[in-house]
Design a protein around this ligand. Structure first.
Ligand code: UT7
Length: 325
């Protein structure tokens, strides 16, 4: 039996139509465009319309990826949605997407790792594909973070946005050639002792409400800088790669200062870093696949490019992924 690896064969994304500027937010909360840009690099974000759910955004991203791959819904046998803002407490967002795209076979489920969720989704899908348990997987990061925001809390409400990004992974024979396309590896770690510095203060078994997003920003910032750098270093070392071999750093888009810190640590040229935080803000699990699709669409990222992803989110949970696109 051949060994398999997972190759991204198509990407897709969706952003809600409603674009909210920093100026707009400063009409209702004590903040300013200047403060937000200086501290985060964010200029605007998209917010879902009333009644527009996370599975609606995920479905649009998934349909675009299917179209670009020239595949029908039943060509997929695994659907994974990474989200912290699902439509319902249950069933999973992924089963809603399965229904909405018209997939009637295979398995659909969610993974919960907040902003690191897309990396976990990739890792889980890759395990299925490598084991021959699925041939093609849709991995989607989708969020309506706006549903979790306390719009009176200026320390959080200016930072986040809604959106969805999707990739289709296909199992191909692994010929053990490092120049071949495919996911090379994912490193993920978590430390549950740090749960309270980034969390939603509600849930079915605690408050019977969904809660609101709470974050001690400076603490998360400190952990982000060190943990992301350590994970990236570990992943590169494990696969015997040097930062100067990377074509692209496509990081989780939380804060332009964190991204800049990572760029410097890796000593990469600015032109090799994909930044979308200015347009999208922090879309949690959706941010990496949204940035990837943006870069593919604009013709920056091409087949065969070596890409490093990194992300950190509530848990805390963090990690990195290395792949040849
Ligand atoms: O995706 C998950 C991972 N999340 C992250 O990686 C986020 C990590 N953290 C951050 O990105 C940054 O810590 C923030 C952007 C959240 C905050 O930036 P900061 O430079 O750490 O600011 P700060 O929290 O130290 O706040 C500085 C000042 C405070 O005022 P005082 O106490 O110095 O008088 C805040 O009250 O800025 C004030 N402030 C604001 N002012 C205007 C906080 N939020 C705002 C605001 N507008 N929206």
């Amino acid at each position: 039996m051949p060994n398999f690896k997972s190759v991204i064969i198509a990407t897709g994304s969706y952003l809600p139509e409603n674009v909210v500027s920093n100026e707009k937010l400063s009409e209702t909360v004590e903040t300013s465009h200047e403060w937000i840009v200086e501290r985060t690099g964010i200029h605007q974000r998209h917010f879902a319309a009333e009644g527009q759910t996370t599975s609606d955004l995920a479905t649009k991203a998934a349909k675009e990826a299917l179209e670009r791959a020239n595949l029908g819904p039943n060509d997929i046998d695994l659907i994974i949605v990474a989200t912290a803002s699902s439509d319902y407490t249950f069933p999973s967002c992924a089963t809603r997407v399965q229904d909405k795209i018209g997939n009637t076979k295979g398995l659909a489920f969610d993974v919960a790792a907040v902003c690191a969720g897309y990396l976990l989704g990739l890792n889980v899908a890759d395990s299925f594909l490598r084991l021959g348990k699925a041939k093609r997987a849709l991995v989607i990061g989708a969020e309506t973070v706006s549903s979790l925001l306390d719009m009176e809390d200026r320390t959080t409400c200016v930072l986040f946005g809604d959106g969805a990004g999707a990739v289709i992974l296909e199992a191909i024979e692994d010929k053990d050639n490092p120049k071949d396309r495919g996911l090379i590896g994912v490193d993920l770690e978590s430390d549950g002792r740090l749960y309270d510095i980034l969390h939603a203060d509600g849930g079915p078994s605690s408050t019977q409400t969904i809660g609101k997003l709470r974050m001690t920003g400076q603490e998360v910032f400190k952990h982000a800088v060190t943990k992301l750098a350590n994970s990236a270093e570990k992943t590169l070392e494990q696969y015997n790669m040097k930062p100067d071999e990377l074509d692209w750093l496509i990081p989780h888009q939380a804060n332009a200062r964190i991204i800049e810190g990572m760029r410097r640590k890796l000593d990469m040229d600015e032109s090799k870093v994909i930044v979308t935080v200015d347009k999208h803000a922090n879309t949690s699990a959706a941010s990496i696949p949204l940035a990837l699709h943006d870069a593919v669409k604009s013709g920056k990222v091409k087949e065969g490019d070596l890409i490093l992803h990194e992300a950190i989110g509530g848990g805390l949970i963090w990690g990195s992924a290395l792949l040849r696109f």
